[in-house]
Write a protein that binds this ligand. Structure first.
Ligand code: PEP
Ligand code: MG
Length: 588
């Protein structure tokens, strides 16, 4: 690991978002421009690097002056003033001196020192409330990127780029960034923004990438290449760990690996409670790449396939044939188990299905899920037909997201009936009894579960959204993370109400929100009467083992107590008490 002038241990505390330990140097990536490679230099090279920096600045100034002259010829002096401002920026002594100092102090190459100084400067500007100043950041990014291009290449390239093993530190990451991370290089990540239930965190857990979110100030303070430990269990980023800290984490890592191995031995075993209540443990997936993880996990099917992840990286939804191919592959691979395909749930913190002319003031309360599908019937029909076609390959169910009332279910079912008629006419095979379910994730749906139940074959409770809509606390906003409580009495009452309505109508209820994978809550959820838990592939073995250790009767009695309780913490404690007693060794 790299030597550093700062060698005292520094601990940043954030929110644990994906369990695991990563030990590697950090790499900080800035918003707005591309990071150059970074490498250490010797004391004797400092002057040479400072010279390279000055030269890059001079070349850039010359280019900007040429641009200015050209623009003056074309459009007069007014327009060209902007380049004058850019040149002045490069002459700002504060910036120039800070870069020269950073080269000497950090002993890192000139282009990286420049990048790091500009990154701090820009981040500080972005955090200023004045919108005029904030807007100027784009100009500065532009000039900085130009300077980076003007560094003369080193005669002997010494690579230490983000392609080495590292812990990524970023202001924020999109779910697509996480899904496309090279897991051989990214050992874990830490972000300033984000929350446990964002899709970025969900994807990190699915792939087993340790992650910590809500680390305020990290992007400004952390120096790339500093040796670090990321603790995804406790939500910490530890820079320059002492020898004792390092040893403690190596031991912890070993202990966790042992628990994993013992859980693997039970993979695929039945997940009945000790008194014989059968609970299905299935997996959530976002992209086909997760399929091998799911199969290795011993999951008894897929309880939630988030098809909106087709839209990653600005891609379009595949057409009917493209979708049918992917769905059929998953269905065949998961046989004999069921695959529940959720129709598109774009919007919220996920990508929109199409560019919106005006940004929505409240995307979570806006054009999302089934609302989008019903407004785009041609697209919806393609997806329904693709799901139906996959149902000829094995056990498939379809499920609708963000349902807030009966009429949406009627309209969606009508679309299914039409699609079935069409496929029949075209002689294309499908399962005419394909189960249809709805997600219960809007309080209106939970409160009207008795009206919805006669219309469908199952309920799957999406607690990520159900919690946010019930307590009115955005699931991705760290400022209200404290209010976002899975054991809030209102949430558990809605879960119970949903299950009661399902039981009265002879249908089953599962949970596919992140709550399902939190083994502190397994006793409560089992006690409330859920019959299926669909969790990230990494959580499947642990949740399965938790269920095998529980008595349904004990959990049900506790859940009745919990429903009479008034405080979220007390309800969590009740569930934790059983969890600790029955499988303390599995808890993190
Ligand atoms: C949920 O809301 O709990 C859910 C499973 O759906 P998503 O996280 O994709 O919104
Ligand atoms: Mg949801």
């Amino acid at each position: 690991m790299v030597k550093s002038p700062v060698d005292t241990e520094v601990i940043y505390e954030g929110i644990p978002a994906s369990p695991g330990i990563a030990i590697a140097p950090v790499h900080v990536i800035a918003r707005g421009f591309t990071a150059p490679d970074v490498y250490e230099i010797e004391e004797s090279e400092v002057e040479g690097e400072q010279k390279r920096f000055r030269e890059a600045i001079e070349i850039t100034k010359k280019q900007l002056r040429e641009l200015q002259a050209r623009l003056e010829d074309l459009s007069g002096e007014n327009e060209s003033g902007i380049f004058e401002a850019h040149v002045m920026m490069l002459e700002d002594r504060a910036v120039v001196e800070r870069v020269a100092q950073a080269i000497a102090k950090r002993q890192q190459n000139a282009e990286y020192a420049f990048y790091a100084v500009m990154q701090n400067f820009l981040e500080a500007m972005r955090r200023i409330p004045d919108p005029f100043l904030r807007e100027r950041t784009a100009d500065i990014e532009d000039v900085a990127q130009r300077v980076l291009r003007n560094f003369a290449p080193e005669s002997e390239p010494r690579h230490q780029g983000p392609e080495d093993r590292h812990i990524l530190v970023a202001y924020d990451l999109a779910p697509s960034d996480t899904a496309s991370m090279n897991r051989r290089h990214v050992m874990g990540f830490a972000t300033e923004q984000g929350s446990v239930n964002s899709h970025t965190a969900i994807v990190a857990r699915a792939f087993g990438i340790p992650a910590v979110v809500g680390l305020e100030g990290a992007v400004i303070d952390v120096v790339t290449l500093s040796p670090a430990i990321l603790d995804g269990y406790a939500g910490k980023l530890i820079l320059h760990p002492t020898r004792e800290t390092l040893e403690r984490y190596l031991n912890l890592s070993d202990a966790k690996a042992k628990v994993r191995t013992s859980l693997e031995a039970m993979r695929g075993a039945a997940t009945d409670t000790t008194d014989g209540r059968a609970i299905t443990v299935s997996a959530n997936i976002e992209i086909v790449d997760e399929l091998p993880l799911v199969k290795r996990s011993g999951a008894k099917g897929i309880g939630l396939y988030r098809t909106e992840f087709f839209l990653l990286n600005g891609e379009e939804m595949p057409d009917e044939n493209g979708q049918a191919e992917v769905y059929s592959k998953i269905v065949r691979e998961m046989a004999p188990h069921q695959v529940i395909i959720r129709t598109l749930d774009a919007g919220g913190d996920k990508v929109p299905v199409e560019p919106l002319t005006d940004p929505e003031p409240n995307p979570f309360l806006g054009w999302r899920g089934i609302r989008v599908s019903l407004d785009r019937p041609a697209m919806f029909r393609e997806q329904i037909r693709a799901v139906l076609r996959a149902s000829a390959a094995g056990k498939v169910a379809i499920m609708f997201p963000m349902v807030s009332g009966l009429s949406e279910v009627w309209r969606a079912k009508e679309m299914i009936r039409h699609s079935m008629d069409d496929l029949n006419k075209e002689g294309i095979p499908f399962d005419p009894d394909m189960p249809v379910g709805v997600m219960i994730e809007v309080p209106a749906a939970a409160l009207c579960a008795d009206l919805l139940a006669p219309e469908v074959d199952f309920f799957s409770i999406g607690t990520n959204d159900l919690i946010q809509y019930t307590v009115a606390a955005d699931r991705v906003n760290p400022h209200v993370a404290d209010l976002y409580r899975p054991t809030h009495p209102a949430v558990i009452r809605l879960i119970r109400r949903t299950i009661d309505a399902a039981n009265d109508n002879g249908i089953w209820t599962g949970i596919c929100g992140e709550m399902a994978g939190d083994i502190r809550l397994t006793p409560l959820l089992i006690g409330l009467g859920v019959e299926e838990l669909s969790v990230g592939p990494q959580q499947v073995p642990r949740v399965g083992q938790a269920i095998r250790s529980l008595s349904f009767a004990e959990c049900a009695a506790m859940a009745d107590d919990a429903l009479r309780n008034t405080r979220s913490q007390a309800i969590l404690d009740l569930s934790m008490e059983i969890a600790r007693k029955r499988y303390g060794e599995l808890l993190d």
